[in-house]
Design a protein around this ligand. Structure first.
Ligand code: SF4
Length: 218
C-alpha cells in the first residue's frame, strides 16, 4: 500500500478529531481530583491500574491527607495500608512520600506548573507531567501517551512509532497545540469504549471510514 503523505495524514487526523469530538463532547480526565496535588497523586497511583480502582482508593485518601506536608509526614506503613488495593502499592507509597517531600522542600508545598520541575519529582515521568499540566493547569505542553493513545495512534495509521516519546512527537505534528490535551482524552475514551485492545468494535466504530485497521486489528 502506498505510504500516506503527511498532508493527507494531517487532513485525516483533523477528520478523526472532528468525529471523536462529536462522539465524546464531554471527554475529560476520568481520575477524580479537586486540585493539582490530588491529580498528581492520583496519576502516580494510576500506573498499571484502572482509573476506577484509583478513584475508589483516593476517595478516602484525599480526606485523610489534605496537603503535600501531610503526605510527606505520613508513616510509610500506614500510607502503604491506605493504598494497598492498588498494584505496586509499596513503590507508589514511597514515590508519593518522596514526591511530596520535594514539593514541601523545594516548592513551598505546591505543585509546580512546568514540565522541567515536574519530571524532577519522584514517580513523575513525562506522561504524568503532561496529565497534570493539561488538566490541572490547562497547559498544552504535550500529548499524554498511555497504552490507549499508543494503540489507537498505530491502528489509525497516525504513526508507526512504538516509543511513547516518538508517538507524542508524531501526534504533535498532526494536531494543533490547543487540542493536545483533548486529543489524548478523545483517544483514551475511544480506546476504553470502542477500540478495545483485544476485540475492537469496528462494526460500530464512529471513525471506521477513516481507519486503515478496521476489521483487521485485535
Ligand atoms: S475501526 Fe476498529 S480498529 Fe479502527 S478505530 Fe475503530 S474500533 Fe479501532
Amino acid at each position: 500500500m502506498a505510504r500516506e503523505s503527511k498532508e493527507s495524514r494531517q487532513k485525516r487526523a483533523g477528520q478523526i478529531i472532528a468525529l471523536l469530538q462529536k462522539t465524546y463532547p464531554d471527554a475529560h480526565c476520568e481520575l477524580t481530583y479537586s486540585n493539582p496535588l490530588e491529580l498528581l497523586m492520583a496519576t502516580i497511583l494510576s500506573a498499571q491500574c484502572s482509573d476506577k480502582q484509583v478513584n475508589i482508593v483516593t476517595e478516602k485518601l484525599f480526606k485523610k491527607y489534605r496537603s503535600a506536608k501531610e503526605f510527606a509526614g505520613a508513616s510509610l506503613p500506614e500510607l502503604e495500608k491506605d493504598i494497598q488495593r492498588i498494584g505496586l502499592f509499596r513503590n507508589k507509597a514511597r514515590s508519593i512520600q518522596a514526591c511530596c517531600r520535594a514539593l514541601v522542600e523545594q516548592h513551598g508545598g505546591t505543585v509546580p506548573s512546568t514540565m522541567e520541575a515536574l519530571i524532577e519529582l519522584a514517580g513523575v515521568g513525562r506522561k504524568t507531567a503532561n496529565v497534570v499540566l493539561g488538566n490541572a493547569f490547562a497547559v498544552n505542553h504535550g500529548v499524554v501517551v498511555d497504552t490507549h493513545v499508543a494503540r489507537l495512534s498505530q491502528r489509525l495509521g497516525l504513526t508507526r512509532e512504538t516509543d511513547p516519546v516518538k508517538i507524542e512527537a508524531a501526534l504533535q505534528e498532526l494536531v494543533p497545540r490547543e487540542l493536545w490535551t483533548l486529543l489524548s482524552h478523545w483517544l483514551i475514551w475511544h480506546g476504553r469504549r470502542r477500540c478495545f485492545a483485544r476485540s475492537p468494535d469496528c462494526a460500530h466504530c464512529e471513525i471506521q471510514e477513516l481507519c486503515p485497521s478496521r476489521f483487521k486489528a485485535g
